[in-house]
Design a protein around this ligand. Structure first.
Ligand SMILES: [Zn+2]
Length: 398
């Protein structure tokens, strides 16, 4: 239709919408590369409409929305520079709309809500890549803009979810900065938004997923603060929510995967159940064998269960499905090879992961712990490795 009627914006608008929702669906199935393509198509359709009809803010708003999705996919693949570029394009469009002709209704085209979401994603990336001051500035704006939208329209769940995730990302940034009491305050706000959402919409699985994620993040923070019983309560609460979700929606791979991740990687050893995590992760892989993301979880669960051959096989399969975004999996692959006595391969994969972390200046706390775990297992002297193996790109940066 778009080809037959190139001048009719309605078909192009429809194409943008349909590819956008296709992206959502593919994302739910863990097919992130295809989701990225769909979101790109949506953002291009809207970018063209926005340039042909500059007086219509809706096209810019939808383009900004799709840009945040594309950025999220890229960030998920560990392609941070590209993600940042796309996020910034979306932010620029949405800031322009907010300044000149804001869309201030209760629909998903509200420009304030989408700007808050775009700030939240960009701020989280800035924090993860070591730019804490700018990250804090952007995330503070995100919370403020989202709060304004929620004050004006207190009911739509998507506005409240964005407020909750903005608080969650601010909390993550403050945790990276070591400002734990402030992180606690932000994360408590996220939790209270999430709890209220689940109270108001108990049948909505999306809100329960969000609450489970907020509980997990809060558990991580409390672990850092040494408050283990509170941390355990939060991890358990997250687990209970996910257990119910897999019962209710056994056909959706994402919940099996999240539960497997929790049981494989929970920082409190008494709450881990790697054997069960393997079974759960297998279920996700069965439901969606084309998702690199679920193969990755299966590999990690096998590692935690000490099944080194199976771990290696699952992680290799993961890289076959897609070689993008593999770098944090490389630490697990390195550990599996090491345990199998394949030291050269282990050192190779460890080096790949370290190079990726250093070149992106990654500050993610869990990733640093994983790196330290792999280094300890392999007896790598981190200081020496940094100088010897990473000298070339360190010099590039300086
Ligand atoms: Zn969307």
């Amino acid at each position: 239709m778009v080809k037959n009627f190139p001048d009719d914006p309605r078909f192009r608008d429809l194409l943008g919408n349909e590819t956008h929702y296709l992206g959502h669906r593919l994302g739910q199935l863990g097919r992130l590369q295809e989701a990225e393509q769909a979101y790109r198509q949506a953002s291009e359709a809207y970018a063209e409409l926005a340039s042909d009809f500059p007086a219509k803010p809706r096209y810019k708003v939808n383009c900004g929305h799709a840009c945040t999705h594309v950025g999220n996919c890229l960030a998920g693949f560990g392609e941070f520079q590209q993600a940042e570029e796309v996020y910034r394009q979306g932010v620029a469009l949405l800031e322009e709309v907010e300044a000149n002709s804001p869309v201030a209704d209760s629909s998903t085209e509200n420009s304030g809500y989408l700007l808050a979401w775009a700030y939240s994603a960009l701020g989280a990336l800035l924090a993860d890549t070591g730019r804490l001051m700018e990250g804090e500035e952007v995330l503070t704006k995100s919370v403020a803009v989202a709060q304004e939208v929620v004050d004006e329209f207190p009911h739509p769940q998507y506005f409240r979810t964005v407020l909750g995730s903005a608080c969650l990302n601010l909390g993550k940034m403050l945790r990276i900065a070591g400002r734990l009491p402030e992180a606690e305050e932000a994360q408590r706000q996220a939790l209270s938004v999430a709890l209220k959402l689940v109270d108001d919409l108990p049948a909505q699985p999306r809100q329960r997923r969000f609450l489970a994620g907020a509980c997990y993040r809060f558990g991580l923070l409390l672990t850092d603060m040494g408050r283990m019983p509170d941390a355990a309560d939060n991890f358990r609460h997250g687990q209970t929510i996910l257990e119910k979700l897999v019962d209710e929606f056994p056909e959706l791979p994402g919940d099996w995967n999240s539960l497997a991740r929790l049981l494989a990687t929970c920082p409190l050893p008494e709450l881990r159940d790697p054997q069960r995590a393997v079974e759960l992760a297998k279920k996700a892989v069965e439901l969606a064998p084309d998702s690199e993301y679920y193969w990755s979880t299966l590999g990690k669960a096998h590692c935690r269960a000490g099944n080194w051959e199976s771990a290696k096989a699952a992680l290799e399969k993961r890289m076959q499905v897609s070689s993008r975004g593999t770098r944090s999996d490389c630490f697990f692959l390195a550990m599996a090879h090491w345990q199998l006595g394949e030291k050269n391969e282990a050192i190779h994969w460890y080096g790949q992961a370290v190079e990726w972390m250093e070149s992106n200046n990654l500050h993610d706390i869990e990733l640093h712990r994983l790196r330290a775990e792999a280094a300890e297992l392999m007896g790598v002297n981190e200081e020496r490795t940094s100088e010897e193996e990473e000298g070339s790109f360190r010099n590039d940066k300086q």
